[in-house]
Design a binder for this molecule. Structure first.
Ligand code: NAD
Length: 498
């Protein structure tokens, strides 16, 4: 079995200490070993980043962007290989993996605009012979910690932008599916990135804590579950670091009585069961306004859920692959049992699914609960599996109250033909990303991604304009070049244009 190595200072570095196994969730078999970095290994990456920073920050933004142009080309050339690795270790279908990679590449395209996005702001003659400008300067060494569910896209939310902004970056990807992440990082080195500007260290809590505690690391970007997001935000900010920590979710879709139900059903099928529900923007609650909508929804969803094509992610033409680990399969199955004991109506039970030829894979069929109520655990907690809960309410106001009362506020959407309802929803819903007849309102790369409430700790969202802000520090420069040298008397009043 091969052992996946770290990538430090442009070189593959074998680990010295602990290792863990990486599984193919479709077969249930361990397929690779992964080195888990200890503190000394993490420090090697930090030292390399620190050494590379002075030259990289002085490299013209246009030259930094040229590396990203070559990177984009290499990503496209290697698409098939990357997609295969994602699917093999994550379990998502090849088509889904290709979609993830494309959305990741959009962030590289945004980073290609570095000279434009780093232009800063300039004001001439703010006082007599005085000009002022705001410069966007890099922060230094930045680290990113990423989750298993988008091994290509989420890291690409972070380091292309951080790096074109002039920073050096250390990535600690998920230990569950690290191979595509590592291959992609190697392509950036191949694109001409100087050594040390990007390093990848694999690992778990020990590696993450080493990054949090290192004084050289000035900022942390995190994406993962809420408890770890909160931990990283608290520990990082306590040490004076800039932190953006994106956490978990429970995303509601509101179905109004006037919605185009057939299209809403198609949208819900993809948004609830795509990627086996392992997306932070997955729809996990359908809030039906009125019993008529709920009854019609159950009738239309049930046969489609039962007909989901489920199998090994690497086979073509499937709707859904397995869950990521055996533990996740147990956890999600446990939630289904919990929903039944709490009194929710299990309309479709996907437990006990066996996929022919892959009997040891971590498969769970699509599940549908009706008559879920807000005090149930299956409503309150993030399940992160192919389980959709229907909650019945009496009005749009009730639906909005329900969503606003939930601890998470990542994504939501409304299905309606009525502009007034849609506008009210967009205006008053306490959620960071909102769709109107769009089930997965994941912002494009030139906007920014982030939830509200306990779905994000920190002020700035990921990528896009907020990403530029996050990965740069502003410096305001005021300079005076008098027309001719002349002596000026000291002024003791505060300088102003008054
Ligand atoms: P996770 O929190 O278990 O792991 C995320 C990262 O944190 C990994 O790199 C992991 O190694 C590290 N980590 C795990 N435990 C740690 C600990 N005790 N101390 C320090 N570091 C630790 O999340 P996951 O299971 O990989 O991903 C799924 C979660 O991520 C879901 O909750 C999902 O909603 C969330 N997610 C959120 C977004 C978003 O944008 N809000 C996007 C994708 C995923």
């Amino acid at each position: 079995m091969t052992t996946i190595t770290h990538l430090i200072n442009g070189e593959r570095i074998a680990g010295t200490g602990r290792t863990t196994e990486v599984f193919n969730p479709s077969t249930g078999a361990a397929i690779r070993q992964l080195a888990l970095a200890d503190r000394a290994t993490v420090q090697q990456a930090i030292d390399a980043a620190k050494a590379a920073f002075p030259a990289w920050r002085k490299t013209p933004a246009a030259k930094r962007a040229q590396v990203m142009f070559r990177f984009k080309y290499l990503l496209e050339q290697n698409e098939a290989k990357i997609v295969q690795l994602i699917s093999e270790e994550h379990g998502k279908t090849l088509e889904d993996a290709a979609g993830e990679l494309k959305r990741g590449i959009e962030n590289v395209e945004f980073a290609c605009a570095a000279p434009e996005i780093l232009k800063g702001e300039y004001s001439r003659n703010v006082g007599p012979d005085i000009d002022a400008w705001s410069d966007f300067q890099p922060i230094g060494v930045v680290a990113g910690i990423t989750p298993f569910n988008f091994p290509a896209m989420v890291p690409l939310w972070m380091y292309p932008l951080a790096i074109v902004c002039g920073n050096c970056f250390i990535l600690k990807p998920s230990e569950r599916d690290p191979s595509s992440t590592l291959l992609i990082a190697e392509l950036l080195i191949e694109a001409g990135l100087p050594k040390g500007v990007l390093s990848v260290v694999h690992g778990d809590k020990e590696a993450v804590d080493a990054l949090i505690e290192a004084p050289e690391v000035k900022a942390l970007s995190f994406v993962g579950s809420t408890p770890i997001a909160e931990y990283i935000y608290a520990e990082g900010t306590k040490r004076g670091k800039r932190v953006q920590a994106l956490g978990g979710a429970k995303n509601h879709a509101v179905l109004m009585p006037d919605a185009d139900l057939d299209n809403a059903v198609s949208a819900l099928m993809g948004a609830a069961y795509g990627s086996c529900g392992e997306r932070c923007m997955a729809i996990s609650v359908a809030v039906c306004v009125g019993d008529q909508v709920a009854d019609a929804l159950v009738a239309k969803l049930t046969p489609q859920i039962k007909a989901l094509k489920i199998g090994a992610g690497t086979s073509c033409g499937l709707d859904m692959g397995p869950l990521i680990t055996a533990q996740q399969l147990d956890k999600v199955s446990g939630y289904v049992a919990d929903g039944v004991s709490a009194g929710a109506e299990l309309v479709v039970d996907g437990r006990g699914l066996s996929v022919s030829g892959n009997e040891n894979g971590f498969f769970l069929g699509g599940c549908l609960f009706d008559r879920v109520t807000p005090e149930m655990r299956i409503y309150q907690e993030e399940i992160f599996g192919p389980v959709l809960c229907i909650v019945r309410v009496g009005s749009l106001e009730d639906a909005m109250q329900l969503i606003n009362d939930h601890e998470f506020g990542n994504g939501t959407c409304i299905f309606t033909r009525d502009g007034e309802s849609a506008r009210l929803f967009c205006d008053e819903i306490e959620v960071g990303m909102v769709g109107v007849n769009v089930p997965l309102p994941v912002p494009v790369a030139y906007h920014s991604f982030g939830g509200w409430k306990r779905s994000l700790f920190g002020d700035l969202h990921a990528y896009g304009p907020d990403g530029v802000r996050f990965y740069t520090r502003r410096k305001a420069i005021t300079q005076r070049w008098p027309q001719r040298a002349s002596h000026e008397a000291a002024q003791f009043s505060f300088p102003s244009n008054g």
